[in-house]
Design a protein around this ligand. Structure first.
Ligand code: KG4
Ligand code: ZN
Length: 378
């Protein structure tokens, strides 16, 4: 079957078309129209601007995707769309277009939870091999054989930081989450304090990487290194639960910057490194605690912050050392950040588990479909 997936929960207008079989699925086309440049001017995502850009871009992105996939609308079997959580003006554009297409094309419509999409980015196998239809593209395994349940998933995005336990496909139990800011939100806010622009995650990661290179030089070559000693807190690292908190860490960075009055490039890279390490320490420590308690067979990371190379590397190494039998999975970095392939992947799993009655019912979904900006993972 052919699935057309649409994702507009934040600042990316993303469309993907996949062809799924029983054993695997193939990405026929994928496109992301990013609004980063527009929002960067404002230092963060402006919801109404995001909606305006989605409105402008969504039809051309769908047209492009159909053409690239060499798929006629008649061949599409299912339309999947991000129902929430996300920014309501942004979601409404993708959802309205999805509903309209489902209605005029007479296709079933499936609403997908954005966080579920992030989780299923781990089931997208990025190793390229020829697609049966186009002769190029990506073969994508459903991961059944590779990912063993129970699965523990660490979701770290701009809006969410959660530890989710999955007994099986599509079964979620949130065992912990942030009590205030999400990890990505903290990255973005700290980057803004340092004048590093939006999105903050990649900017902080670049600053921290620069620090690492400079720090590996002999001391004489880096006289500034001794000038700034910071020791940021690791909030809730010792709490017995699986919750997180990042707002105190963000405030600690703010105080440090205020103390400095003026801040040079080198000091910025030190702060980037120290802040990033504080976040990584907390995430890894909570993940270890959760593995000890719930004994999963697989651990996965997902969401925009999971694109962070240092987090990936340290998490992977620590887990390998402590739990050598535990399977570790991370999405390809392009599927860590928002995209529509992950929505298509989640829709594929959902569709496979649905009864004939449910499948028939989803033909009428366009009539009753409701966007939910605060949709919870259930
Ligand atoms: O999942 P995502 O694309 O959108 C949401 O669902 O929120 O995540 C976006 C977040 C932003 O806060 C961004 O700064 C962060 O992911 N991010 C990163 C990196 N790349 C993106 N954070 C840390 N390191 C990165 N390399
Ligand atoms: Zn996301």
């Amino acid at each position: 079957m052919i699935i057309l997936a649409i994702e507009t929960s934040c600042d990316e207008t993303a469309v993907a078309i996949i062809k799924s079989g029983k054993e695997n699925f193939t990405i026929l086309s994928e496109a992301v129209s990013s609004q980063i440049k527009i929002h960067a001017e404002w230092g963060g995502v402006v919801p109404n601007l995001a909606a305006r850009e989605h409105l402008k871009n969504i039809i051309p992105v769908i047209e492009y995707s159909l053409k690239k996939a060499n798929v006629n609308p008649k061949e599409i079997d299912l339309i999947a769309t991000t129902k929430g959580p996300g920014l309501i003006p942004a979601l409404l554009i993708g959802n309205s277009v999805s509903k309209t297409l489902a209605w005029i094309w007479g296709k079933p419509l499936l609403g997908i939870n954005h966080i579920e999409g992030h989780i299923y980015s781990n089931f997208v196998d990025p190793h390229p091999s020829p697609s049966p239809k186009t002769g190029k593209g990506w073969r994508v395994a459903p991961g059944e054989g590779k990912i063993k349940f129970p699965v523990l998933c660490l979701i770290v995005s701009g809006g969410h930081t959660q530890l989710v336990l999955m007994k099986d496909h599509l079964q979620y139990k949130i065992i912990g989450q942030t009590l205030d800011d999400a990890a990505g939100e903290a990255f973005d806010k700290v980057a803004r304090m340092l004048g590093l622009g939006y999105p903050g995650g990649p900017a902080i990661a670049a600053g921290a990487a620069k620090f690492k290179i400079q720090n590996s030089q002999p001391k004489a070559g880096r006289p500034w290194a001794e000038k700034l000693k910071v020791n940021f807190p690791r909030p809730m690292i010792n709490s017995k639960d699986f919750n997180f908190s990042f707002s105190g860490l963000k405030t600690a960075v703010l105080y440090e910057i205020k103390k400095l009055k003026t801040i040079n490039q080198e000091q910025k890279t030190i702060i980037c490194h120290e802040f990033q390490q504080a976040v990584i320490d907390v995430l890894i420590s909570k993940a270890i605690r959760a593995v000890k308690k719930f004994n999963p067979k697989t651990i996965m990371i997902a969401g925009g912050v999971s694109a962070n190379k240092e987090l990936r590397c340290q998490l992977k190494q620590t887990l390998k050392k402590l739990f050598p039998a535990l399977l570790y999975r991370e999405p390809d970095a392009r599927y860590s950040i928002d995209n529509a392939v992950m929505i298509a992947a989640a829709a594929n799993f959902r569709w496979q588990k649905m009864s004939i009655k449910q499948k028939n019912y989803s033909l009428n979904n366009w009539k009753i479909f409701a966007t939910d900006a605060n949709l919870k993972l259930t």
